[in-house]
Design a protein around this ligand. Structure first.
Ligand SMILES: NC(=O)c1ccc[n+]([C@@H]2O[C@H](COP(=O)([O-])OP(=O)(O)OC[C@H]3O[C@@H](n4cnc5c(N)ncnc54)[C@H](OP(=O)(O)O)[C@@H]3O)[C@@H](O)[C@H]2O)c1
Length: 335
């Protein structure tokens, strides 16, 4: 049997339990060596459920047989624990977003390059081939000259205790949801996006952003109009509006693995629907990470991932600096 990557998870989080660990079980290249929690009871529960060992975070980092970690801590802790894991010689798949600002992102990407370790940010949607299909149509000129890209990611309010309402833990709608439309704009329109406007609905008491709109422009003059928030009916979609046609894609960021995506193209006298094969983006993200670790670090393959993470962090910083704040009261669920 070929060698498998030995992986441990840091944090027995909701996303680890609901998506990541079930997906890990579908990747033959990965051996789940341990699950780690701050709570020994929680670690033991997860260990039993996923058939592996229970550890603390530090035990994982000190264990020389563990070569990679999946980190799903609150966003505000990603920088500290990713840095510790890289310094301990582990490859890291970190939940999105990698960090809360560009300086921290650069420090981590620098560490990964210096040590020749794989560092990926777990934007699983980037592993779904539906976006590659859109990019091919775009490159083929199917929409004519593209004028506007619009993308939305919004969800209903969360329970009051959710980490997303805690600014100190890296909460807020921009870091949790806004990063998806931003990363999609990077993927489809290229890097070198400029922030030309932003507005954030911000809780007066805590300064936490609950929703936002961002306007970017690409270096070939396409406008990107992005909206996000956790005060909304569920929406996860984007559209590309060109001189010849409009493309729309629903469930763009979170398609269930069994869903066959539908690309709809509307022209003046014609509408076309393209049904694509279903894909499991969480499994593909882990499979791609394991493949990169097992084949050995290659700068040419890792550089686009590192650059993408830095670019998202740069845009987040810029948006925060430029955004008009709309202060609101009483819109954060009370604990
Ligand atoms: N890729 C995706 O589709 C996706 C989807 C959802 C979330 N995410 C990302 O995944 C990360 C976790 O999100 P989640 O919804 O899974 O959060 P969650 O359920 O609250 O889990 C966070 C985990 O972090 C650990 N932790 C360590 N220090 C903590 C502290 N001071 N306060 C709270 N928890 C602490 C806890 O694990 P222990 O108690 O076991 O130590 C906790 O279970 C976030 O960065 C989020 O953006 C990604």
């Amino acid at each position: 049997m070929s060698r498998r990557m030995s992986l441990a998870t840091l944090g027995c989080s909701a996303i680890a339990d609901n998506r990541a660990l079930p997906a890990v079980g579908l990747v033959p290249d990965i051996a789940l060596a341990a699950v780690a929690s701050r709570s020994p009871e929680k670690a033991a529960r997860f260990a039993e459920k996923y058939g592996t060992k229970a550890m603390t975070y530090d035990e994982v980092l000190e264990d020389p047989t563990i070569e990679a970690v999946y980190l799903s801590l609150p966003t505000g802790l990603h920088h500290e624990w990713t840095a510790r894991a890289l310094r301990a010689g582990k490859h890291v798949l970190c939940e999105k977003p990698l960090t809360t600002c560009i300086d921290q992102a650069r420090e981590l990407t620098g560490l990964a390059v210096e040590r020749g370790l794989v560092l990926r940010e777990n934007f699983t949607f980037l592993h779904h081939p539906q976006h590659t299909s859109v990019r091919s149509l775009l490159a083929d000129g199917r929409f004519g000259a593209v004028r506007t890209f619009t993308a939305s990611f919004g969800i209903p309010p969360l329970p009051a205790s959710d980490i997303r309402y805690n600014a100190e833990l890296g909460g807020g709608a921009l870091l949790d949801l806004g990063v998806y439309p931003i990363r999609a704009a990077q993927f489809l329109l290229g890097d070198n996006l400029t922030v030309v406007g932003a507005v954030l609905r911000t809780d007066e008491a805590t300064g936490l952003d609950l929703a936002g709109h961002v306007l970017l422009v690409s270096d070939n003059d396409v406008f990107a109009d992005l909206e996000f928030g956790f005060q909304h009916a569920y929406r996860s979609r984007y559209a590309m509006w060109g001189s010849a046609a409009t493309l729309t894609l629903d469930r763009a960021f979170t398609p269930p693995p069994q869903r066959q995506p539908l690309l709809r193209i509307d022209e003046q006298d014609h509408a076309e629907e393209i049904v694509l094969p279903a894909a499991h983006q969480f499994r593909s993200s882990f499979a791609s990470f394991a493949e990169a670790v097992l084949q050995g670090w290659r700068q040419s393959e890792e550089q686009p991932w590192l650059r993408g993470a830095e670019e998202t962090a740069r845009l987040i910083d810029r948006i925060r600096r430029e955004a008009v704040q709309v202060p609101v009261r009483g819109q954060v669920p009370v604990r």
